[in-house]
Design a binder for this molecule. Structure first.
Ligand code: URA
Length: 293
């Protein structure tokens, strides 16, 4: 075969591989100062290490005491000290927008109008939620992938299909759960969201939980666990009942593995099954989901 035909075939195969892997983003709009980024990362790591010495903010496992008011007053958090200057500014705006939203529709509109998170520039659209906003059960994942970005709905790709099968195994479908993510825009190439990106989305997901006021939560994967509980280490935490406390709510939560991680490592499906049974038992105890009225 002539060399140029061989080269173009190899190039086509490489591009096909990139597309398969979700690589659809090569350059940023603005140049990146890698020296400054490295310095910031070092400072952030030092700050995180100091923070690790302090006791965790949300303590595990307390029973739910009181029913939530229909439209809870927003609970505001102060900005993490390690955020960069522009992220600090964005965070104040995100918090103000989230606080001002008194319904899930208003929160969605506020999110769609928010330009403070750079992920918005490379994503097709914000992915807000799927399922039933009145459901007693809420599931929270990490971030939209390629399919979710294209369709504007969470968990509609391969991991979403697995999630549907997991729910069906305990007698549930999307009409019985409300589904969101801790990140609203697809990270380019499905990379892991940065701490700044997570912080900028956090006021919105916390307000979304407040407004939906589910009786039981399940977090999917390490990012959701880390964003909502400040806990690192999904493998050692999964399956244990935690309590999500924020804005007057106190919601029992089961953290489990992310469906995408289960697709990569099917041997862990038996762990996820145990977590699903724990979630189902908690739903039963709280009269939630298919055990509700
Ligand atoms: N993975 C997630 O965490 N969320 C989605 O919406 C899709 C894949």
């Amino acid at each position: 075969m002539a060399q140029s035909a061989h080269d173009s075939q190899a190039l086509a195969a490489l591009l096909a591989y990139y597309r398969e892997a979700g690589v659809d983003w090569v350059l940023e709009d603005a140049p990146v100062d890698r020296f400054a980024a490295a310095q910031e990362a070092t400072e952030r790591a030092a700050a995180a290490e100091t923070a690790m010495q302090a006791p965790p903010v949300e303590a595990p496992a307390q029973p739910v005491q009181a029913a939530a008011p229909p439209v809870p007053a927003p609970a505001t958090r102060s900005a993490p000290a390690e955020l960069g200057g522009s992220a600090h500014h964005g965070l104040a705006e995100a918090q103000a927008l989230a606080d001002a939203a008194n319904s899930l529709d208003a929160l969605r509109s506020a999110l769609e109008g928010f330009d403070g998170c750079a992920l918005k520039r490379t994503a097709r659209q914000a992915v807000f939620a799927d399922g039933n906003p009145d459901a007693d059960l809420m599931l929270i994942g990490e971030a939209p992938g390629r399919e979710e970005d294209a369709r504007g709905l969470p968990f509609v790709g391969r991991s979403g299909q697995l999630l549907d099968r997991m729910l069906a195994a305990i007698g549930l479908d999307r009409s019985a759960v409300y589904i969101g993510n801790v990140i609203y825009w697809r990270p380019p190439g499905n990379r892991t969201p940065t701490p700044d990106e997570r912080a900028l989305c956090e006021p919105f997901i916390r307000r979304q939980i407040e407004l939906a006021a589910p009786k039981v939560l399940m977090t999917l994967g390490g990012s959701a666990l880390s964003s909502l509980f400040g806990i690192q280490g999904i493998m050692k935490t999964r399956g244990q009942q935690l309590t999500y406390t924020h804005g007057g709510l106190s919601i029992p939560t089961i953290p489990t593995l992310h469906p995408a991680a289960l697709l990569r490592n099917p041997a862990n499906k038996r762990l996820a099954w145990q977590d699903l049974l724990a979630f189902d038992a908690l739903a039963k105890e709280k009269g939630a989901g298919r055990y509700g009225d």
